[in-house]
Design a protein around this ligand. Structure first.
Ligand SMILES: *[C@@H]1O[C@H](CO)[C@@H](O)[C@H](O)[C@H]1NC(C)=O
Ligand SMILES: *[C@@H]1O[C@H](CO)[C@@H](O)[C@H](O)[C@H]1NC(C)=O
Ligand SMILES: *[C@@H]1O[C@H](CO)[C@@H](O)[C@H](O)[C@H]1NC(C)=O
Ligand SMILES: *[C@@H]1O[C@H](CO)[C@@H](O)[C@H](O)[C@H]1NC(C)=O
Ligand SMILES: *[C@@H]1O[C@H](CO)[C@@H](O)[C@H](O)[C@H]1NC(C)=O
Ligand SMILES: *[C@@H]1O[C@H](CO)[C@@H](O)[C@H](O)[C@H]1NC(C)=O
Ligand SMILES: *[C@@H]1O[C@H](CO)[C@@H](O)[C@H](O)[C@H]1NC(C)=O
Ligand SMILES: *[C@@H]1O[C@H](CO)[C@@H](O)[C@H](O)[C@H]1NC(C)=O
Ligand SMILES: *[C@@H]1O[C@H](CO)[C@@H](O)[C@H](O)[C@H]1NC(C)=O
Length: 651
């Protein structure tokens, strides 16, 4: 974005643009089929419809799964006309799905779920994932209805290099190897022989498809957590990431989830500058959000991206599908500071509520990652807040290694997490485990040695103990029934102890070298296929010895945070870690053009005028985008904490 200097309110009102195409009024009605070819071609969901037939009556909401007919629901009168190619708009177990590329698969759902997609009514939320989960147009009773979810990891943020090892492996031996998406995108841009940066989109297109979402519903799950990086919105200057394309796939995910009745937890996973310095945050190295000389500027920019995402998902067309918004994944709280983290969270909370409003249904729940502070630090955080949830990532494997057999871990989740989660439910509110896996060791391609000063196989700096060979943990093809059964017990105990959960992750890619999945404890899909994850996750209930873990009432706040609390968490924080007073650091100014997120372009089969939304729920929010001040100097967003601020800051 070019820096803007005018701050006149009329100017501000006009300058929020949709990057795909200029739009002249707030609520834009797109007549599907005439959408400009210049728009991103986004043929959402669903086949070519020869005849569109609305169901006479949709499946009843009494969760009986009554739509179990192999052709899906279609109108009898249409059938009697003799047309052979009726397209269904809904169907249950055994019905045929035709995807946008014309391929077909069978919807398999033995739990009474049914899909629903009518191109003439594309925002209809009638779909239900299972008989026991609310349809999208019904209320999800948090604290009573259980969140059973998977992450769709390694898709729109690419996990180096284990979720999708084949993308990284060809470049691993280079003198400039791909170690994160920053280097991967840089390398791919240069590697035009093999397709250049387009390889990233090829990954989006192929790694996860519509069928995955259908399978997720068929696996008894009702939620997905989808990690999204900031470059789905925009990039600036010479940032190498492929801009904006991930967003178009997130839009597909929304329509697919809508079709199969799944709710989405949108996980903002990679912030500009990096919020944790890990390779899945975009760039491996240092923390630059609320840390170091660019810490404040990067936080301002991140809050803007949170605003842009919140404004989009709070729109009536999207808010019943995207129902949770994790505003920042895994901020490294110990580096950033607890007060700074909490002040940032309060800003994010206000921003999300400003976009959607206060009260059930008005925009998403706000999910705060615990920033690796203990749960007790979050007790009573933001009293009276409206719909907030605390996200923790309980991974046994990153807390030390042991060579004990899998069978010794079967009740560990109950004893380790059960009462902690209960505690959060009573002294904070809704607890969710945004990530967990079945790994009890760091064995698994590219996991060996993660973090932490200890590892299972081989040595790690400062350690000389080796627990043994990782092969027994990774060679899943040779696992016997005892091992599989111990894995399943561990999974059931984890689900019951964590109560509301998102497994990390749905799918792990094959290694291009071995041709196989090398991190079996991290793939839900593999565990289902091979029999160490439950075919019916409700079987977890009671594993830890109490069949209704939480029986209290979740606090439902008025939405307004008491002034005494907000004044104790001022924004901006007076000091930024490893950088000094905030006034001595680069900052942005809200004079830029907001890159409002575009809606999907719907397929040509619809004839009705359909309001897809202009990307911005709260028409009263006319603040500009945080951008460079022309007369001031800035550092690279990932510059690191040891750099000094520019001097002078501004001329
Ligand atoms: C749907 O029909 C199939 C085949 O008749 C049957 O096996 C399955 O259990 C049915 N599913 C539901 C939810 O009734
Ligand atoms: C959900 O949508 C279906 C189909 O439009 C409708 O029949 C049903 O009444 C809706 N349920 C609610 C609770 O609105
Ligand atoms: C990435 O994968 C390659 C190929 O397996 C491996 O040699 C390399 O060590 C990996 N890179 C990292 C940083 O783990
Ligand atoms: C990503 O980081 C993890 C540690 O967090 C490491 O094990 C893995 O090898 C890294 N991958 C690459 C490609 O650097
Ligand atoms: C903001 O300033 C930095 C550092 O001077 C520069 O690299 C970047 O391109 C500028 N950004 C924009 C959008 O002009
Ligand atoms: C969690 O709390 C419920 C009451 O809401 C209680 O019955 C259960 O035993 C508790 N579980 C643990 C592991 O503390
Ligand atoms: C670990 O380090 C010790 C001491 O350097 C060495 O004797 C041992 O062979 C190493 N073990 C492995 C598995 O590399
Ligand atoms: C991995 O490769 C196997 C064997 O070729 C194949 O069946 C499987 O679908 C692949 N899995 C993934 C996640 O690509
Ligand atoms: C979001 O949009 C809905 C529907 O147009 C509207 O009722 C609500 O007031 C909006 N929220 C805000 C904060 O503008």
């Amino acid at each position: 974005m070019a820096p803007m200097t005018s701050r006149g309110s009329k100017y501000l009102e006009e300058k929020r643009a949709v990057y795909a195409a200029p739009r002249s009024k707030r609520k834009v009605v797109i007549v599907a089929g005439t959408a400009a070819a210049a728009l991103l071609i986004l043929a959402i969901v669903i086949p070519v419809y020869f005849t569109v037939v609305k169901p006479k009556s949709t499946t009843s909401s009494d969760s009986s799964g009554s739509s179990n007919n192999s052709g899906g629901t279609s109108s009898p009168s249409a059938t009697s006309t003799g047309k052979s190619t009726l397209a269904a708009v809904t169907g249950g177990d055994g019905s045929k799905i035709t995807t946008e590329d014309g391929s077909q698969f069978t919807y398999s759902n033995s739990f009474g779920g049914y899909w629903y997609y009518d191109p003439t009514d594309p925002f209809n939320n009638a779909a239900r994932p299972q008989s026991w989960s609310p349809a999208l147009n019904e209320t999800f009773n948090y604290g009573v209805d259980i969140i059973r979810g998977v992450n769709v990891g390694g898709w729109l943020t690419i996990e180096p290099n284990y979720s999708s090892p084949a993308l990284f492996e060809p470049y691993a031996a280079d003198s400039y190897p791909a170690v994160d998406e920053y280097t991967l995108h840089t390398i791919l841009r240069a590697d035009t022989t093999n397709g250049g940066i387009e390889q990233i989109e090829e990954h989006y297109k192929t790694f996860i498809t519509e069928q995955d979402f259908a399978e997720i519903a068929g696996a008894g799950l009702n939620y997905v957590r989808i990690p999204l990086p900031y470059w789905a919105i925009e990039t600036r200057g010479d940032e190498p990431f492929l801009p904006k394309v991930a967003w178009t796939y997130f839009l597909k995910a929304i329509q697919w989830c809508r079709k199969y009745g799944l709710r989405i937890n949108l996980d903002f996973h990679a912030l500009p500058g990096s919020q944790n310095g890990w390779n899945h945050s975009g760039k491996l190295g240092s923390v630059n959000v609320l840390n170091g000389p660019m810490g404040y500027a990067n936080a301002q920019r991140s809050l803007d991206y949170i605003r842009i995402l919140a404004e989009f998902v709070s729109q009536p067309q999207y808010r019943d599908v995207v129902t949770i918004f994790g505003i920042a994944n895994e901020i490294l709280g110990s580096t950033v500071g607890e007060d700074q983290t909490k002040a940032f969270y309060l800003q994010a909370y206000d921003i999300v509520r400003n976009a959607g409003g206060i009260g059930e249904g008005k925009g998403p729940w706000v999910s705060f990652h615990d920033a690796f502070f203990s749960r007790s630090e979050w007790s009573g955080f933001l009293p009276d807040a409206d719909r907030i949830t605390l996200d923790s990532h309980p991974y046994l494997c990153f807390n030390g290694q042991s060579n004990a057999a899998m069978s010794t871990y079967t009740t560990t989740p109950c004893t380790t997490w059960g009462s902690l989660v209960n505690g959060t439910m009573s002294d904070f509110g809704l607890a969710n485990a945004g990530e967990f896996s079945l790994a009890v060791t760091d064995c698994g391609e590219y996991l060996n040695g993660v973090n932490l000063g200890t590892r299972y196989e081989g040595n790690y700096t400062g350690y000389t103990t080796s627990m043994g060979s990782c092969t027994e943990w990774t060679d899943w093809k040779s696992w016997d029934d005892d091992m599989k059964s111990a894995m399943e017990q561990f999974s059931l105990a984890s689900m019951d102890a964590l109560q509301n959960w998102f497994f990390w992750t749905w799918k792990i890619g094959n290694s291009s070298i071995s041709g196989e999945i090398e991190s079996p404890a991290w793939s839900y899909q593999l565990g289902l296929q091979q029999g160490w994850l439950p075919k019916d996750p409700r079987n977890a209930v009671g594993t830890c010895g109490n069949s209704s873990p939480w029986t209290g009432t979740l606090s439902a706040g008025s939405g307004s945070i008491p002034a005494s609390v907000s004044s104790s968490l001022p924004w901006p924080p007076a000091t930024i870690s490893n950088a000094g007073t905030v006034t001595s650091l680069p900052s942005y100014t809200p004079t830029g053009v907001v890159p409002t997120l575009p809606a999907p372009t719907l397929t040509a089969s619809a004839t009705a005028s359909i309001d897809v939304g202009d990307g911005w729920n709260n028409s009263g929010d006319n603040d500009g985008l945080m951008v460079n001040i022309t007369s001031c100097s800035y550092l690279d967003p990932w510059v690191g904490p040891s750099a000094s601020p520019p001097s002078p800051l501004c001329s």
